[in-house]
Design a protein around this ligand. Structure first.
Ligand SMILES: [Fe+2]
Ligand SMILES: [Fe+2]
Length: 271
């Protein structure tokens, strides 16, 4: 059986997240014989919201093939033209037609076409995006004559919405990974039909934090309901979270899924 091994990395938060990816990705790729990397970069800017062209380019230089995002993609305006120019930086596909960028791309890995789709959920999310199930149906119709190796980053809050889309698409896609909650779930599995699945990949950033942000400011907000400015937590230890899926290139089905969780105690340099 010929296979492709794909590593998915959850939401990278701020400069600590960028540094931890730069420090470990090449070694992780060698250690796990990874052929392709998909990374969620929606929180990778220094403010923890959005991504810049420079940060995206650094991820590509470190060995990332496709960058997915989510609701925070729109925070940095300087990414809008880049979204139109760079096909392997995705925003959720089910935003209203006409917004910058695209939500699907294909890359060539070991001579095979591999598709990546980015979608956003609708439960407990502010944006009124199109139905993710129907958006997935039309994207799969578009990909039908291109490839049967198809992965989705589903950027959503509710666990039911994530597992629901995975079962809706079971057997039609190679794998679905959840992002957005920044908390890794322990439910990685292959669902009937050969679709690899995890409810949430988790994040890359400071572990002793709230979703990568300084906890004291957020606790102050919880206690007072006053508006606060969230700041990225920079102190170690850091966590790098994700999964590795191995897909059969003939059938497009996932045959193996493993969780990745790396802890790094070394402080990162701050700009
Ligand atoms: Fe996020
Ligand atoms: Fe998000």
């Amino acid at each position: 059986m010929e296979s492709i091994r794909v590593m998915f990395i959850g939401d990278v938060v701020g400069e600590p997240g960028q540094a931890v990816v730069a420090r470990h990705l090449q070694a992780l790729k060698r250690k796990h014989a990874i052929d392709m990397v998909v990374l969620n970069g929606e929180n990778s800017s220094n403010q923890g919201r959005g991504i810049t062209p420079k940060i995206a380019q650094a991820f590509y230089d470190n060995g990332v093939d496709v960058i997915t995002t989510g609701n925070h993609i729109w925070f940095r305006r300087d990414i809008y033209p880049y979204l139109d120019e760079q096909p392997n930086l995705l925003r959720p596909a089910n935003f209203p037609a006409g917004v910058p960028g695209r939500g699907v791309t294909t890359v060539t890995i070991k001579g095979h076409t591999v598709a990546v789709i980015n979608l956003q959920g609708r439960v407990f999310m502010r944006e009124q995006v199109d139905c993710p199930l129907k958006a997935a149906d039309s994207l799969l119709a578009y990909l039908r004559d291109k490839t049967n190796i198809i992965f989705i980053d589903y950027h959503a809050e509710a666990t039911s919405e994530k597992v629901g889309l995975a079962y809706y698409l079971a057997g039609r896609i190679s794998g679905l990974v959840g992002t957005h909650t920044h908390v890794q779930t322990a439910d990685e599995r292959i669902i009937p039909g050969g679709t690899g699945y995890i409810t949430d990949l988790g994040m890359v950033g400071a572990l002793d934090s709230m979703l990568g942000m300084q906890k004291d400011t957020i606790l102050h907000h919880f206690l007072t309901q006053l508006p606060v400015k969230f700041t990225v937590e920079s102190k170690p230890p850091y966590v790098l979270s994700g999964v590795i899926m191995e897909v059969d290139t003939q059938t497009g089905k996932t045959v193996k899924i493993d969780r990745v969780r790396l802890i790094d105690e070394q402080p990162v340099d701050q700009a």
